[in-house]
Design a protein around this ligand. Structure first.
Ligand code: PLP
Length: 356
């Protein structure tokens, strides 16, 4: 096995997506031009766009009444696009970490924002539950997978107000009941594509309700009416996303993907829980299937750097934890294989044997 990439994002993608991307850079669709130079208005690229939207809808089970957009700017740009389009008076945010906080900060520029629940008291090691959602909110914003802290909602919550979700790091990793959400968005560079494209799934009926004027590029309505082609879309990342989605469909879709993701997470969490050198950081019931965070166990803290070097020498890359959590984070996105995770587990065991 060569390098195994556990990076949090940009991150691993299916091998076939890389191969087909490489081919398309040299000759896209047999037309004698590179995907990097074709017009986004060409019929060949339009076909890519159409198929990518269709696959996205099919794989996630997006119902009638919703639109799927592919825009630029990253999830961070959506942090202000969302309140721009939806916040008239008051919005609620669940604070489950850095990304949730950043989203809330942007919204405060447009109206009143309330933090309806937070897990900051325990360094975001859990997902708040059983909190009240005020019925006078324009929307409630959640972050379904907290990439930095390794926590994840494992069910779609019920909300009496429009539910908005940042799914940057768990989109298409498991089935989602889209009908429970008004808007789902994320940067695609965690699970779907190289950096540069942002997905937005928006329900038609939540738009057009704010009184402020919207600059063109911020207006979802305009992007819907122009099929994500009001301006030049991120052509190459969208092409690679199509390849990833084709791969996902070939694998059996999101249900099948979830089974594999569960298996990977189980293998790694089992090792974290049983290996005397390591311990997990997130509360068990809220552990993420995508970003698996762990640290050296009590008494072994000094071995962190040594383990990182040990793992790197064995081809495991990108496992350094975020500075706010420390330790290690293994991102086990869709494209990570069971074998890749097993290789990390073997490395942890080998290290324990030497040090234990
Ligand atoms: C990575 C990430 C972001 C930021 O995405 P950008 O595309 O870099 O703006 C936001 N939210 C979550 C949950 C993330 O994982």
């Amino acid at each position: 096995m060569g390098k195994v990439n556990f990076s949090a994002g940009p991150s691993i993608l299916p091998r076939i997506a890389f191969e087909n991307a490489a081919k398309a850079v040299l000759d896209f669709d047999g037309i004698g031009l590179s995907i990097l130079e074709v017009s986004h208005r060409s019929k060949e690229f339009q076909a890519v766009m159409d198929e990518t939207v269709a696959l996205f809808k099919e794989l996630l089970g997006v119902p009638e009444g919703y639109h799927v957009l592919f825009l630029g700017g990253g999830a961070s740009t959506q942090f202000f696009h969302i309140p721009y389009n939806l916040l008239e008076k008051k919005a609620g945010y669940v604070n489950t970490g850095v990304w949730a906080k950043k989203a809330m900060k942007e919204a405060a520029n447009f109206g009143e924002t309330v933090c309806v629940a937070s897990s900051e008291d325990k360094n975001f090691t859990y997902i708040p539950k059983g909190f009240d959602i005020p019925s006078d909110l324009d929307y409630l914003h959640i972050t379904t997978n907290n990439t930095i802290y390794g926590t994840e909602y494992h069910t779609d919550i019920d909300s009496p107000v429009t539910l908005v979700a940042d799914m940057s790091s768990d989109i298409l990793s498991r089935p989602v009941d889209v009908s429970k959400y008004g808007l789902i968005y994320g940067g695609a560079q965690k699970n779907l594509a190289p950096a540069g494209v942002t997905f937005v799934i928006v329900r038609e009926d939540i738009l057009g309700k704010v009184s402020r004027k919207l600059p063109s590029m911020v207006d979802y309505r305009l992007h819907i009416d122009n099929g994500s082609m009001y301006n030049t879309p991120p052509v190459f990342p969208i092409f690679v996303m199509r390849e990833t989605l084709r791969w996902l469909k070939g694998l059996g879709g999101v249900k099948e993907m979830e089974k594999i993701n569960r298996k990977k997470a189980e293998i790694l969490y089992d090792e974290i829980d049983s290996n005397p050198l390591f311990k997990g950081t997130a509360v068990k019931e809220d552990r993420s299937l995508m970003n698996i965070c762990f640290v050296m166990n009590d008494g072994f803290e000094d071995l962190a750097d040594e383990f990182r070097t040990f793992a790197t020498e064995r081809g495991m890359v990108g496992i350094k934890g975020h500075r706010l959590v420390g330790g290690f984070r293994a991102s086990t996105y869709n494209a990570m294989s069971v074998e890749g995770v097993q290789a990390l587990v073997d490395t942890m065991r080998e290290f324990a044997k030497i040090k234990g």
